[in-house]
Design a protein around this ligand. Structure first.
Ligand code: ADP
Ligand code: K
Ligand code: ZN
Length: 433
């Protein structure tokens, strides 16, 4: 179950020491190979010799997505292109894609950390595992693919699309595990149901779900419809791709592969470090990357860290579920609203499908929020009275969770567009006015 006990269960003191050693090496490396970092450090009057232990990390400059864009495409690459063997790009959920490059050693570390994740979920060499993240520039497909192979399980590179064929493969090839976005898992469940196949006919037992935020309610929904156990996997292309952190059997936070990715939490406004347990912006330093190492990369993901020992035996710091990205957060009439809050309310009610859309607008100088949600077939009716009552219940619950009122629009089952990759749950029309 524990792929690399040596690293995953390393005593804290020893881990800090290892991280310190790797950080010193990294700073020397980027100082000499990336002009961007050399200049930043010179501006701050820093030399590599000022970094002696892991605690010194707070002296170093941050890196932002904007820095990556300004240095597009290869400006932050530390290794010469002759050493780079693969390039990926982030999916560009929030703007232009950013380019990342990997050396052969980077790829082998990526497979290693992915294997740690899969082992924690209970995947073994006897499993047949379908990778249904998109293959291509997106890191999800290939990242998970090589992790499965490295572990020794059988990989089925299904990718996304052609879901009916995929369902038949799951049944016929006795596929036991699947890696995909939570949105795709739901879509898959719908297709299975539509094809009249019972979940028991499929032998799925493990799901590795990530690449987008998802709630505990969403987990329950997917688990009961597909008959598997769903585990969180987190990652981002700038740092590596999937495999930066993973849930263990305890499912209380995700263990960070800390010997490779050093985590910090900062206040997104003051950039000051925050203590364990406090929510803020997650920041990562790649301790071992050769291709495109990053110092203190600001992920914009909001979460908190816990350092308590985990009953599973792993000693690594855990990150709590991402509550959203700082740029996902909607400010509606001055109130902060996260799509995940709406999701929790909707999935907490049996009358609704886990399919919703937030439409934000500005009318007469006032922000408006409309929440569209699909009513389940068994609850959908022509009786206006009962539909109005359902609408009222939902808007009351949303109001108490969000502290602002939202216009609820009930829609028929299957009317909101499904996603096979990362889902788009918000339409903000205000940016156009
Ligand atoms: P993009 O930023 O273009 O979406 P990536 O494909 O690299 O590029 O996506 C990384 C981002 O996806 C993370 O920063 C995070 O916001 C989100 N993400 C990935 N895994 C998870 C997860 N398990 N839970 C929540 N969010 C996740
Ligand atoms: K090359
Ligand atoms: Zn654990």
């Amino acid at each position: 179950m524990i792929w690399n006990p040596n690293k995953e269960c390393m005593p804290r003191e020893q881990m800090r020491e290892l991280q310190g050693k790797r950080l010193c090496k990294l700073v020397q490396y980027v100082y000499h190979n990336v002009p961007f970092y050399r200049h930043k450090m010179q501006e701050m009057d820093l030399t590599p010799d000022d970094i002696r232990e892991i605690e010194d990390i707070t002296k170093l400059p941050f890196t932002t997505k904007q820095d990556l864009r300004d240095n597009y495409p290869y400006g932050l690459m530390a290794a010469p292109l002759s050493e780079v063997v693969r390039v990926h790009a982030s999916s560009g959920t929030t703007g232009n894609p950013t380019i990342v490059g990997y050396t052969r050693r980077d790829l082998s570390i990526w497979s290693e950390v992915m294997s740690r994740c899969l082992s924690a979920y209970g995947v073994t060499r006897d499993d047949t595992f379908s990778v249904s993240y998109g293959y291509g520039l997106f890191t999800g497909g290939l990242g998970a693919h090589y992790g499965v192979e490295n572990l020794g399980a059988t990989v089925i590179p299904a990718s996304t699309g052609n879901t009916e064929k995929h369902v038949r493969l799951i049944r016929d090839l006795h596929i036991t595990g699947i890696a995909c976005t939570p949105s795709y898992a739901l879509y898959l469940a719908e297709v299975v149901e539509r094809m009249g196949i019972r979940k028991e006919e499929l032998g799925l037992r493990i799901g590795a779900f990530g690449a987008e935020p998802w709630t505990e309610h969403m987990r329950q929904e997917i688990q009961s419809r597909l008959g598997l156990k769903g585990y969180n996997i987190y990652g981002l292309s700038e740092i590596m791709g999937p495999g930066v952190s993973y849930e263990c059997q305890e499912q209380y936070g995700s263990h960070i592969n800390e010997d490779h990715f050093y985590p910090e939490i900062i206040d997104p406004v003051t950039c000051q470090n925050l203590p364990y347990g406090t929510q803020g912006e997650l920041v990562f330093t790649t301790l071992t990357k050769e291709g495109m190492p990053l110092l203190r990369y600001r992920t914009k993901d909001l979460t908190s860290l816990i350092a308590d020992p985990c009953p599973c035996g792993r000693t690594s710091v855990r990150m709590m579920p991402i509550m959203g990205r700082s740029d996902d957060m909607l400010i509606i009439r001055g109130i902060n609203v996260f799509p995940s809050q709406v999701e929790s309310v909707i999935l907490g009610m049996k009358e609704f499908e886990p399919q919703y859309l937030l439409v934000v607008d500005r009318k007469n100088n006032l922000d408006t929020l409309e929440v569209q949600v699909e009513v389940r077939r068994d609850f959908f009716s022509d009786d206006i009275g009962s539909m109005l009552k359902l609408k009222k219940t939902l808007s009351d619950r949303l109001k108490s969770v969000l502290s602002i009122s939202a216009e609820v629009k009930l829609v028929e089952p299957n009317s909101i567009a499904r996603s096979q990759g990362k889902s788009k749950r918000v339409i903000d029309n205000r940016v156009l006015v």
